[in-house]
Design a protein around this ligand. Sequence first.
Ligand SMILES: *Cc1c(COP(=O)(O)O)cnc(C)c1O
Length: 474
Amino acid sequence: MDNKDFRQQAHLLVDWMADYLENIEQFPVKSKVKPYEIYQQLPEQMPEQGENFAHIMEDFQQLLLPGMTHWQHPNFHAYFPANSSYPSILGEMLTATLGAQCMIWDTSPAAAELEERVMNWLKTAFHLPETWEGVLQDTASTATLTALLSAREQATHFQSNKKGLQKAHWRVYCSTETHSSIEKGVKIIGLGKDNLVKIPTTGHGCMDPQALEEAIQTDLAAGLQPMCVVAALGTTGTTAVDPLAPIAAICQEHHIWLHLDAAFAGVALLLPEYHYLLQGIEQVDSFVTNAHKWLFTNFDCSLYYVKDKEALLKTFEILPEYLKTSSRGAVNDYRDWGVPLGRRFRALKLWFVLRTYGLEGLQTRLRAHIQLAQTFAQWIEEAPDFECLAPVEFSLVCFRYKPLGTWTEEQLEAQNKELLDLLNQSGEVYLTHTKIRGQYALRLVTAQTYVQLHHVEKAWNLIQHYARKKQQVE
Ligand SMILES: *Cc1c(COP(=O)(O)O)cnc(C)c1O
């Protein structure tokens, strides 16, 4: 492929991209292929001779597209979204074209400085403390790992980086509802998952600060050392919010690193009506939220903020001769701010998104999504045979079908499982599930970039249709 071919194919491709997004609702939102159906259609050997682009593109459409789940489909209500948007896609195209590896300032000053600027924009827009500093990471999992490593280094006076962990007495705390990435991180940093203490929750899945204090006291009495608490602003199951102020006070008292995992819901801090959630934020040591979930920016783009930049740098800094530059110290070399050396130019797509929407545009979209969740929850509440299982904090509704009559939990679980299967097999909508206090709940997220009221209406009609049709048959 030469430059002339590239130009020609790129023009065609952009048309394909616009057509795809325009007609995305014609695809089944969740792929219907069977395991290995795609794999078996792909040749066993790589091609000996190069093939032309048109041919590859044809195979992409014929072979691969049926095996795609369409995350940008407005009836994607599963998990949390991985939103893209037009400006974000255009930004990604430029990033791919520049193909820059932005490990240090010298390898692309614009990338480092744009990253610093957009992270500062968002820090202000989120109402986070002005003295904090931010860096882009690939995912919230990596950001949380980064936080755990910093916490470990601070707790061991930066000795574990040097000598390795001398004693296995460090303890990390999170609630029973926190994301699996915390456990993964605790395993990776060498503490062992038995040293992750899962604190019980109260009410609607929020960490019980009293139980946290008790767990810490028990550990201290047993000669164990509390190292880090991970609180959630928006749990994955139900978007429950751990009570930050009392947790922060406990961490302050015992000198424990406090990491706030706001991977999905953190972007709601762009709305002043959520600023009350920030009570206690000054005592937080690190914070993560994903632009690649609810902020219209293509995966991956995770926003990581720290109170103490030095603790971060001291944890990750390594300086081989070939990476020494004259600008060192005067600028941000982001390779020292996390795990990988090499870094994509992620700030570019984010900059396109922030400028295209503007703060007001983002606020309008977020509020519209939250309103959709509230509307859907109201329909659930008004239906005699459905119930909400958690309060709607943001743009997620947890609910279940509960027909009139008496049912055991097992029967309700079986019915709702079957309902979920029917919905997802229909290709019209995609939802996922969770368990809330042992009860099987369906999750419907209204945070996809292109979702509108009529999509949520469609989902609600399908949910009622499949639930009640089943009921008639039984
Ligand atoms: C999605 C999510 C994560 C993980 O995010 P990645 O960016 O995929 O690593 C972590 N915590 C919470 C609360 C989440 O919702």
